[in-house]
Design a protein around this ligand. Structure first.
Ligand SMILES: *Cc1c(COP(=O)(O)O)cnc(C)c1O
Length: 258
């Protein structure tokens, strides 16, 4: 899964898959058009890539929708059959499928929006840079990618790992996530000041009820626990102005000074 809009580190993942003869399915729902360090787009590195056109995604429809891509002809053919109730030819069912068609209305909306995707991503990157700049200027953080809170790091800033002048879509910022202590209090404070934030994600896998039979309760996942406790997504959509971003940073600064 390519979290928040930048690529996962695919090299070691592909190496493990090769070694053990595994298939790799990429979840690119938050990272459509994002490039990995070698320039390849996410979703085109593993065997299958998945994208979501849910309205909250960077390329969102006016309802549900999604897309699966593959370079493997056999897999591609099977996906096409699965998409149409498992039938081939029509009304002859070799396998059990479903209705996973993208409806024409969504396809129409997405076709109109697609040409804007890169400029919207550019807007999000610009906003992310502004947040980072303002947080550092206000003395809440020293640089991106720190992992421990201390006097200099009141906020842990996200890091664009593959940022490079020759890599245009190194990040598309589906989310700009800071980590901060007293996260829930801050969320409430910001909401009172008309700033809507979100927690991606409050419960890590190993604590989800649906996986309780796996007895993961005894296992230790300190990084996942840390992320769940402190992460907060700030508004990052492309139409935000400098003033908006400045207002958000000022309010967070005010909260920390209290
Ligand atoms: C939104 C999202 C999904 C789900 O997409 P649907 O269109 O609701 O199926 C899956 N994975 C990630 C990482 C997402 O952000």
């Amino acid at each position: 899964m390519h979290l928040y809009g930048q690529s996962a580190d695919m090299e070691p993942i592909m190496a493990i898959a090769k070694k053990h003869n595994l298939r790799v399915i990429e979840d690119g729902a938050q990272a459509i058009s994002t490039q990995y360090k070698d320039g390849k787009c996410v979703g085109t590195i593993g065997d299958i890539g998945c994208y979501s056109f849910f309205p909250s995604k960077n390329l969102g429809g006016y309802g549900d929708g999604g897309m699966v891509v593959t370079m493997d002809e056999e897999l591609g053919h099977k996906l096409e059959i699965l998409r149409m109730h498992g039938s081939e030819p029509k009304y002859y069912h070799k396998i059990i499928g479903g209705n996973f068609r993208l409806d024409a209305l969504q396809a129409g909306v997405l076709s109109v929006k697609l040409p804007h995707l890169n400029s919207w991503s550019e807007g999000r990157r610009k906003n992310a840079e502004l947040y980072t700049k303002f947080f550092i200027e206000n003395g809440l953080a020293s640089e991106e990618g720190k992992t421990e809170f201390n006097k200099k790091e009141k906020i842990l800033l996200p890091q664009a790992i593959y940022k490079h002048s020759e890599l245009k879509n190194y990040h598309i910022y589906n989310q700009y996530i800071i980590r901060i202590e007293k996260r829930d209090e801050l969320k409430e404070f910001l909401f009172k000041n008309e700033i809507v934030t979100e927690i991606y994600y409050p419960i890590p896998f190993h604590n989800q009820e649906c996986f309780s039979d796996l007895d993961s309760s005894k296992a230790k996942y300190p990084n996942a626990d840390f992320a769940a406790e402190y992460s907060l997504a700030l508004p990052i959509y492309p139409e935000l102005t400098n003033e908006h971003i400045n207002y958000v940073v000022e309010k967070i600064t005010e909260f920390i000074a209290k």
